[in-house]
Design a protein around this ligand. Structure first.
Ligand SMILES: Cc1ncc(COP(=O)(O)O)c(C=O)c1O
Length: 414
């Protein structure tokens, strides 16, 4: 497309946008279980109105926009209240999980250097199931990534013993997920915390998915193990508001146990022609709308709203698990929140993925072990039975060999 010589009026452009969106996944109907967190129309309305209210404002300028600075402080304070942040704990909002993780890695690296560690090439030690955002961050910062196999006991949890063995004097961080993306499993954070304390290494908990889910699941009586700052070895956490916090996209939090650790995050620079500038995170310009929408949704839902929504998601996952087991599927490990992976002993998951996709479902897959994957939202309570019924048909199609005759559908999480 070339920039048009003459602009067009808004109704014409709006119509074009609608037309472009027409072939996208119809996530509002609940048939999408990846990319989008669907908490219903009311929450979407709050996101939109709160976002547009501060859409042009810039979080880069706290003096110009004290409203945004205060909303960010409020969000961080609400986050730390949920995640057992001790006195003095602090953090910042970022644009998403990858951003939060990148900033946590950078902060841990600079902290380690200040303590005389990582004199050679720095490394981080993480379970094989941890998100690839760590690899991206390490690629940017020329840090070695040591991915360690999971426990071999069918739990699909991180293995604290082998992770401990991989740590050396150049290790700047070890990682646990709460939960990981591929399986939805919460790693044994307390045991990882023990190793981190023994080895004097920074432990980061990637709670991008679970940070705003697990606390409420716990309040609802789910047996979620300790996973946050309650565990003494945890130095930092990433927790995404644009996932199960149901905020508009572009909102995550990166949290630190203390001001002392946080102090290694901001970039403070005066050596250029412009005014000296100190920025807390990777971004320069920080979209005000992402801050105001997150603040608004948190206040709109409150503990009561989140408990209700997360209860709905857990309930839906349990319904899915029992329906899947009836069809002969095996669930990977013991998922406790809204993500799950599952496979059938006799049926190729990627063939099933193709069949379920043809029936209008936008879902994901896991590679190790080869599995189907669901990331459930509150909306899925309405459609999980339809999914199970379509999956049953998909199983029949794959069994009968019909699936093999159709063009392949490539499953990618990107
Ligand atoms: C466990 C986990 N960590 C980090 C991320 C990265 O988050 P984002 O896509 O917001 O950068 C994801 C994304 O799905 C995730 O599931």
């Amino acid at each position: 497309m070339k920039l048009p010589e003459k602009g067009q009026d808004w109704p014409a452009i709006k119509a074009m946008l609608e037309e472009r969106g027409a072939s996208d996944a119809k996530w509002r109907d609940g048939k999408t279980a990846v990319y989008v967190f669907n908490a219903g129309e009311e929450v979407e309305r709050v996101q939109k109105e709160a976002y547009t209210a501060f859409m042009s404002e810039n979080g880069l300028g706290p003096l110009a926009f004290p409203s945004l600075a205060q909303m960010e402080k409020d969000v961080i304070s609400m986050a730390l209240g949920l995640l057992h942040g001790p006195e003095g704990a602090t953090g910042a909002m970022t644009s998403g999980g990858t951003d939060s993780i990148t900033m946590a890695v950078k902060t841990a690296r600079d902290y380690a250097r200040s303590k005389g560690r990582a004199k050679q090439k720095a490394n981080i030690v993480l379970p094989q199931s941890a998100h690839l955002a760590f690899d991206k961050a390490c690629h940017l910062m020329d840090i070695e990534v040591r991915r360690i196999p999971l426990k071999q006991d069918g739990s699909f949890e991180a293995d604290p013993v082998t992770m401990g063995e991989a740590i050396d004097s150049d290790t700047i961080m070890m990682v646990g997920s709460a939960p990981n993306f591929p399986h939805g499993i919460i790693d044994p954070i307390a045991a990882l915390g023990g190793v981190a304390e023994d080895k004097d290494v920074w432990l980061h908990v990637d709670a991008c998915v679970g940070g705003y889910f697990a606390p409420f699941a716990r309040m609802n009586g789910e047996s979620v193990p300790p996973f946050d700052f309650e565990v003494p070895g945890v130095m930092s956490m990433s927790a995404d508001l644009h996932k199960y916090g149901y905020a508009a996209k572009g909102a995550s939090t990166v949290l630190f146990r203390s001001e002392e650790l946080y102090a290694f995050m901001p970039f403070d620079f005066a050596g250029w022609s412009g005014a000296p500038m100190k920025t807390p995170t990777l971004a320069g310009t920080r979209p005000g709308g992402a801050i105001s929408a997150a603040w608004a949704v948190m206040n709109y839902l409150g503990v009561e709203g989140y408990r209700r929504l997360q209860g709905q998601v857990c309930e839906t996952r349990k319904r899915a698990e029992s329906g899947l087991r009836e069809m002969g599927f095996e669930i990977v490990g013991n998922p406790m929140l809204g993500l799950m992976a599952f496979h059938h002993p006799d049926l190729n998951p990627f063939a099933l993925y193709g069949e379920i996709y043809r029936r209008g479902w936008f879902t994901s897959v896991t590679k190790e072990p080869p599995s189907l994957h669901l990331m459930l939202s509150p909306k899925h309570a309405d459609v999980i039975d339809a999914y199970l019924s379509d999956l049953k048909d998909a199983c029949d199609a794959v069994r009968s060999g019909d699936a093999a005759k159709k063009p392949k559908v490539e499953a990618r999480y990107s």
